[in-house]
Write a new protein. Sequence first.
Length: 164
Amino acid sequence: MNTFDADRDLVLDREVPVPVSHLWTGWTDPTTLMKWFCPLPFLTIECDIDLRPGGAFRTVMQSPEGETFDNLGCFLEVVPESRLVWTSALGPDFRPLDLKPVTADGPPSFHFTCELTFTATPTGSRYHARGLHTSVEDRAAHEAMGFTDGWGAALNQLVALWKP
């Protein structure tokens, strides 16, 4: 695990009332991931997961207006029901990816690495997600896109999949 860098990292750390196995399934089963991954009203309409270091992690998100965002990444580390690390800087088999061109009305273009850890607690699980960015500017852009609220809302949707 890398040392936390307050200038370049974003963190979502919460205890949730579901077992680690549910969080793991939510992140590693494409059908399950598509049910929660984007904060509503955005949707995840496609998902490909090759769960191994060097394997593809691909999602296609759709805005309420119908615009789609195809995101390709690569798993760096897979420790079942404990740790999952992926990056948008690399594609399948660790091939470097180009940055998407920035458009006037599009989202900022940057790469980041997502480090997820899941730890059992007496009442459920500790969910720790950290976004590692190249620069202070990339972190700020990701934060401005709604990292905290968006990733928090998506986590709520993941937890809700298993609530009665």
